[in-house]
Structures are given as structure tokens and as C-alpha cells.
Design a binder for this molecule. Structure first.
Ligand code: NAD
Length: 298
């Protein structure tokens, strides 16, 4: 048996093409498209490359994109004032502050300062609370879990009644995806178990999973014998396991023993090219959603 590959790279293309059409319709209807500001503090190389990719994607979709770079000694007060300026800007529908921030700035204070209506990262406590309530209350889902759920649905995996096991309980992946898969509604209705470092017999839980979502940050943690034959495996882990001597680029690996897992799983995401490309895609989707809401509210 060889698993079907769930390609995040391919799904990103499909979703971005759908969003591009929406932006065209929005501009026809309202004379403007979605506005996204990306605030980058300092010059952390990884953050710079993430922000560059986000800007490039936003521009390719026809967004009004504002790049606001700030020095790493900006005070917390000034950063909060900058966010407030964008909260009030009618041309901006999404505010993204690239994390991590320098140590002298309280990240929670910054996240809390972003208007929940423009919190397209889905990190604001109000939006996380609405996610937990579920149904019509949901506004912006956090991007990586939203990407995971989208991949599960688009791959044709049945979620209703499925046993879902989530490895990891972080606030940005494990916890929210556990809640989302257990909600009432399409793409969910699953029976969810969240496992973590204190779990006894991780293998026994994983073996029960019809859908196994792994976000631990431990290369090769999940062994092929832990996978139920035919299961859908979503590998969120991105681990640097070496450097390519010719290109100097990092060699990345997931949390699942991919080669061997392919022989057991029904469907599986690769690393790279799996969940990774979906995160920015979901950020774009949230921004389009926010723009419609801001432009059409009475
Ligand atoms: P984290 O370090 O905040 O949390 C890891 C979680 O895994 C913890 O809750 C811990 O309890 C659990 N865990 C760790 N080792 C374990 C073990 N041996 N057994 C059982 N549970 C274990 O990590 P995170 O921020 O959720 O990220 C997890 C991985 O996903 C990382 O590799 C990260 O790079 C990757 N990630 C990828 C994307 C993306 O592709 N877009 C986004 C976010 C995170």
C-alpha cells in the first residue's frame, strides 16, 4: 500500500485561485479589495522571510498591502499606538504583527491591542473564545489549525464520527485543532483525544486514530507501527535535521517517519510541502473574510 499524498502546495494553488476571484468580485462591488498591514519589528531573518512571503502572496491576490517595518527598539507604547492607528484605518481589514517580538515588548499586550475584527491571525482571546463556542460565533480561526482542517476536508477524509488523535497541546496548533475537530458541524463532528508529553502509552492512542494530527516538534516521533492502516496522517512538525552541503539550505523533516508511514497510511501530508503552505493561505482567506465583513456591514 502506498499512501495518497495530500499536497499543501497544490491545495494552496487552488485556494489562492478561488480567493483571487473573490477579490475581483469585491473590487467590482465595492471599488476596493482587502487591505492587510504586516508589522515587522526588528530584523530577525526568519521573521523577515515569513513576512516577505506573506506580502508577496497578498500582492499576488490584488490586496492593498501595507508593509510597516519598525526598529527593534520601538517602545511597547509606540507599537500599541501604531496598532490603534490601523484599528481605525478603514482601508485596512487585517493586522498582522509578526511574532516573536523583542523581549521588552509584551506579546500578549500586543495581541490584545489588535481589534478582534481585524485579527486575521486568529490569536486574539475573543476570537479563540468564539472558536470554542463554535457555530455562527466563529470569526477567524487560527491559521495553522484552519489549514489542517481544510486539508482534511479537501482530501475527502470523513471526519464525522472519526477517531481523531492530536499529538501536542500548544496554543497555536494542538489545542485549537482539538477543539475544532470536536465541534458540531461539517469538517468536524469527530471524537478527539489530545495527547502530550505526560500521556501514558502514546503509541496505543495513535493506533486508534482514523485521523492522526501530529504537532510535537520531534523528528520521527511517530513510528509506522503506531499508524492504523488506511488512516489520514497530518504531519505539522517542521524540524531542521541538517544542512544541504551544496545549497546551504536546511534539510527539513516532520514528526512522522514519512517513508515508512507512506506504506501504512491511507493519506499523508509531506514535509515540506504539506501543512506549511496552508498557513499563509489561511491568513489570506481570513483577510478576505474580514474585508467582506467590513465592507458589507450596515
Ligand atoms: P510546541 O513546542 O509549542 O508544542 C509541542 C507540543 O508537543 C507540546 O504540547 C508537547 O506536550 C507535545 N510534545 C512534545 N514532545 C512530545 C512527545 N515526545 N510526546 C508527546 N507529546 C510531545 O510546538 P508547536 O508550536 O505546536 O509546533 C509543533 C511543531 O509544528 C513544530 O515542529 C513547529 O515547527 C511546527 N509548526 C508548523 C507550522 C506550519 O507548518 N505552518 C505552524 C506551527 C508549528
Amino acid at each position: 500500500m502506498s499512501a495518497e499524498i495530500i499536497s499543501g502546495t497544490q491545495m494552496r494553488k487552488e485556494i489562492l485561485a478561488e480567493l483571487e476571484q473573490e477579490v475581483v468580485r469585491m473590487k467590482e462591488a465595492h471599488g476596493k479589495g482587502p487591505g492587510l498591514v504586516t508589522i515587522l519589528v526588528g530584523e530577525n531573518p526568519a521573521s523577515m522571510s515569513y513576512v516577505t512571503l506573506k506580502i508577496k502572496t497578498a500582492l499576488s491576490l490584488g490586496f492593498h498591502e501595507v508593509q510597516d517595518n519598525q526598529p527593534d527598539d520601538i517602545s511597547e507604547e509606540d507599537l500599541l499606538a501604531l496598532i490603534e492607528k490601523y484599528n481605525k484605518d478603514p482601508d485596512i481589514h487585517g493586522i498582522l504583527v509578526q511574532l516573536p517580538l523583542p523581549r521588552h515588548i509584551n506579546e500578549d499586550a500586543v495581541i490584545n491591542a489588535i481589534s478582534p475584527d481585524k485579527d486575521v491571525d486568529g490569536f486574539h482571546p475573543v476570537n479563540l473564545g468564539k472558536m470554542v463556542i463554535g457555530g455562527d460565533e466563529v470569526r477567524y480561526l487560527p491559521c495553522t489549525p484552519a489549514g489542517i482542517q481544510e486539508m482534511i476536508v479537501r482530501s475527502g477524509t470523513e471526519t464525522s464520527g472519526a477517531e481523531v488523535v492530536v499529538v501536542g497541546r500548544s496554543n497555536i496548533v494542538g489545542k485549537p485543532i482539538s477543539v475544532m475537530m470536536g465541534q458540531k458541524g461539517p469538517g468536524a463532528n469527530s471524537t478527539v483525544t489530545m495527547v502530550h508529553t505526560r500521556t501514558q502509552d502514546l503509541a496505543a492512542h495513535c493506533k486508534r486514530a482514523d485521523i492522526l494530527i501530529v504537532a510535537a516538534g520531534v523528528p520521527g516521533l511517530v513510528k509506522p507501527e503506531w499508524i492504523k492502516p488506511g488512516a489520514t496522517v497530518i504531519d505539522v512538525g517542521v524540524n531542521r535535521v541538517g544542512t544541504n552541503e551544496e545549497t546551504g539550505k536546511a534539510i527539513l523533516s516532520g514528526d512522522v517517519d514519512y517513508e515508512e508511514a507512506c506504506k501504512v497510511a491511507g493519506k499523508i501530508t509531506p514535509v515540506p510541502g504539506g501543512v506549511g503552505p496552508m498557513t499563509i493561505t489561511m491568513l489570506m482567506k481570513n483577510t478576505v473574510k474580514s474585508a467582506w465583513w467590513h465592507l458589507e456591514r450596515k
